[in-house]
Write a protein that binds this ligand. Structure first.
Ligand code: LLP
Length: 430
């Protein structure tokens, strides 16, 4: 069955005179809230959450944890929590955001390869449900912190399963030469330390994450095999398989259906439960991108353009690498459509450039579009994940606002930064 992450555009996207999303006219959204503008479609977010639940629910002990690093705002956290998801967080900032969103902190899992003393203390104080410990240093530190608060920290061990996936090398994480997690050969030593010395730690299971924007389904089976074998040997009862399911940024991308991934995971899990003769473990899964990417679009306004004699035509928009660093960081590709003339035919090949002082600030290279004029609104699809969450103030450009749309209603969920916001942390020296 097709799942929401396999769509290039938000589910409510319609072509009228202008593009419409969540029942709202995109050009009117820009008139009302300014440009550039992140727009999130609530219906699409809820739909993919339900895909995940329907796909995995037949496994009795499944825990869906949204990877907040893909997008962490109070409103989107509220929506995802209301769908029954917990949260994977990786910093005090993410912990604080989901806490302020009213998330049940026992459904929060804290990840990261260098969590600080203060961050671990906050996690324990607020009652975060699981901490995935990444290395020996952290085991000792967390034990000390938990002891000082008279608490026992419930932990998983993050391991590096030695699985390579075919994605950009910066977003591969499960291969052996990785900064994340314990090597398989180090697990026994870690478990011994926990059992003998670290009395303020309670180990429940193992955690791995292979990579991101993954299109192959079989590697999840390989990962399950390693995790179940290890927990069987160690007498543990939880596995966390991380996230990673891909999305469709361009027509050429064919991400897997969440239903197909779930079938492989459940099948392999049941086989391994029998093979290693263990009780069915609790299963944690941490999707980020696939939950939130498709729901998001970014609306930009077209400004200047430049025809290089006998070369490319560059058309510049009012945003770029500070609101979406993915093209310049990972050579990521995106799909765009002109929001105020969605029915116009493509007549020219252009390169959509950002407004930042950097030659690499290109949003989409050599894309066929209708002729773009100053003031046109360009809609870039699939910007819900790792766009706002990786945004910067490069060139001292304020971050765009984010609007939530649903049933013809639009609401600001992140305010546009102002010039005063930009200087609010600066301190004069006189
Ligand atoms: N769990 C762990 C431990 C992770 O490290 C990640 C992502 C996830 C879950 C969620 O993975 P997802 O389902 O979103 O693929 N900035 C990059 C992606 C980095 C992903 C880092 N870890 C990008 O824009 O492509």
């Amino acid at each position: 069955m097709k799942s929401t992450n396999q769509y290039l555009k938000p589910l409510t996207l319609k072509i009228n005179k202008n593009l419409e999303i969540g029942g709202c006219d995109t050009v009117e959204l820009v008139e009302k809230y300014g440009s550039p503008l992140y727009v999130m479609d609530e219906h699409t977010i809820r739909n993919i959450c339900r895909d995940y639940k329907n796909a995995f629910n037949s496994y009795p002990k499944v825990n869906m944890m949204f990877a907040s690093k893909a997008l962490c705002t109070i409103a989107t956290s509220q929506i995802i929590a209301s769908e029954g998801f917990g949260f994977d967080v990786v910093s005090a900032g993410e912990i604080y955001t989901v806490y302020k969103a009213g998330v049940d902190m026992s459904k929060v899992l804290f990840n990261g390869n260098n969590k600080s003393y203060d961050e671990l203390s906050l996690a324990i104080e607020l009652g975060v449900g699981r901490i995935s410990v990444d290395n020996f240093f952290e085991l000792a530190l967390l034990n000390e912190i938990a002891k000082s608060q008279n608490k026992v920290a419930d932990i998983l061990l993050r391991i590096t399963p030695g699985i390579e996936c075919h994605t950009h090398e910066y977003i591969q994480t499960g291969h052996l030469d990785s900064k994340f997690g314990f090597d398989l050969t180090q697990i026994d030593e870690a478990v011994e330390l926990i059992n003998n010395d670290y009395t303020s730690l309670q180990l429940h299971g193992l955690h791995a994450h292979i990579g991101s924007q993954i299109f192959e389904t079989s590697i999840y089976g390989d990962e399950i095999e390693i995790l179940v074998k290890e927990i069987g040997r160690l007498g543990l009862n939880e596995i966390n398989i991380g996230g990673g399911i891909g999305v469709k940024y361009t027509e050429n991308d064919c991400p897997p259906s969440v239903y197909d991934v779930a079938e492989i995971v459940k099948k392999r899990l049941n086989e391994c439960i029998e093979k290693y003769n263990i009780q069915p473990p609790a299963l944690f899964i941490e999707p980020g991108r696939s939950i939130i990417s498709t729901a998001g679009i970014t609306l930009y306004t077209v400004g200047s353009s430049k025809q290089v004699p006998n070369g490319r035509k560059y058309v510049a928009v009012d945003g770029g690498m500070s609101d979406n660093v993915r093209p310049s960081m990972y050579q990521a590709e995106y799909t765009a459509q002109v929001a105020n003339k969605p029915n116009a035919e493509n007549t020219e090949k252009v390169t959509v450039a950002g407004r930042f002082c950097e030659s690499g600030d290109i949003l989409i290279k050599d894309v066929e579009l209708p002729e773009l004029e100053e003031g046109d609104i360009l809609c870039v699809y699939n910007t819900g994940a790792y766009n706002y969450s990786m945004a910067s103030n490069y060139n001292r450009v304020p971050k765009p606002a984010m609007v939530l749309v649903n049933n013809s209603q639009s609401d600001i969920i992140v305010k546009r930064e102002t010039l005063d916001d930009l200087i609010s942390h600066d301190v004069r020296i006189d």
